[in-house]
Design a protein around this ligand. Structure first.
Ligand code: R2B
Ligand code: URA
Length: 326
């Protein structure tokens, strides 16, 4: 029982390096990080990633490439003249990853399974590279509940579709629940980095994580819908009464797996719309606004793109302040 307790309470090593809660990895002669197109046998992971301090994850490859370019300018990181940032995981054809000095920028795809697989491999990457005290950020998008589109939401807690503060997974046919604890101090620090003259609000609250974008988020516009507008509104109100102010699709896995690994982490998402007011999100620049879901509900694509930079701005302020203090 004592050995069990030791294993279960252990997080980072005393020097801050990431330890794995898996005794098998160090016994293997090489570990292949399949979905990153990297391996401990084929790559010098300490040389390539040993100086990483921040891991920033977001849904799409394009947004993470833009974030890499942006953070490069923000922290004044230089790459050799005539070269460009390159996608380290290009040949995985799964995720995209860019490294800008101490900042690793990686796409996580959509949903819990996709970010879960990535987290296994990124946490192992931190271990193989002997990275100390890394901080993980998810910079994403979400639906707001009673908050205007364009608002930045910092998650205080992630809850599942039943409003449970844990991430449930099935392991060997059994349910395993891991708490979705996020770092309260990091939430406060990030909130303090919002500026009074930012042309948008930065708020914090609970985030609900779903495994579906349509029915699972109470949308009326999926291929199927067996409830009506009133049922939806009632549900949104129930969420709001429980302290939930936004909905997305990765937070429980992100919070639970980083917490289980002893890694400090935060989730910052921009709301694309207020779910009390609508369901549809504009997909591309040339989609005209429809009469049902007009511009008053869903902003045009250019505006959405500008909004998606807002969580990046906040994380950049955090990273720059950290690097200045060092
Ligand atoms: C937010 O946006 C995506 C769905 O459109 C999903 O990955 C999420 O969490
Ligand atoms: N991402 C989601 O998961 N839901 C939304 O409503 C918007 C973005």
């Amino acid at each position: 029982a004592q050995v069990h307790a030791l294993v279960m309470t252990g997080h980072l090593y005393r020097d801050g390096s990431v330890r794995l809660r898996n005794p098998n990895i160090e016994l293997m002669d090489q570990d292949i990080l399949y979905h990153l197109a990297l391996g401990s046998g084929s790559h010098d992971l300490v040389e390539m990633f040993g100086d990483v301090k921040f891991v920033c994850m977001g849904g799409t490859p394009k947004r993470m490439e833009q974030f890499a370019e942006y953070i490069m300018a923000e922290i004044g990181h230089k790459i050799p003249a005539g070269t460009a940032l390159h996608d380290i995981s290009q040949y995985s054809y799964r995720y995209s990853m860019y490294k800008v000095g101490p900042v690793l920028c990686v796409s996580h795809g959509m949903g819990i399974p996709s970010i879960g697989i990535l987290l296994h491999e990124i946490i192992k990457l931190m271990y193989h590279a002997k990275v100390k005290d890394p901080i993980f950020f998810r910079i994403g998008t979400c639906g707001g509940i009673g908050i205007e589109g364009g608002t930045v939401v910092i998650s205080e807690e992630a809850v599942d579709e039943m409003l449970n503060p844990y991430h449930e997974q099935h392991v060997l046919g059994k349910k395993v629940c891991r708490p979705t604890t996020l770092d309260a101090k990091l939430v406060r620090e990030l909130k303090a980095l919002s500026h009074a003259d930012d042309p948008y609000d930065t708020v914090s609250g609970k985030t609900m994580c779903t495994s579906d974008f349509y029915e699972g988020q109470g949308r009326l516009d999926g291929a199927f819908c067996e409830f009506d507008e009133n049922d939806k509104k009632e549900y949104m109100q129930k969420l709001l009464d429980a302290g939930v102010i936004n909905i997305e699709m990765e937070s429980t896995a992100f919070a639970a797996l980083t917490h289980f690994a002893g890694i400090k982490a935060a989730i910052i998402c921009v709301a694309l719309l207020d779910r009390f007011k609508g369901d549809q999100v504009r997909g591309s620049r040339d989609l005209a606004s429809s009469p049902v879901d007009g511009a008053s509900v869903c902003a045009p694509k250019e505006v959405l793109n500008e909004w998606q930079a807002r969580p990046q701005t906040l994380v950049s302020r955090y990273i720059r302040r950290y690097l200045q203090r060092k």
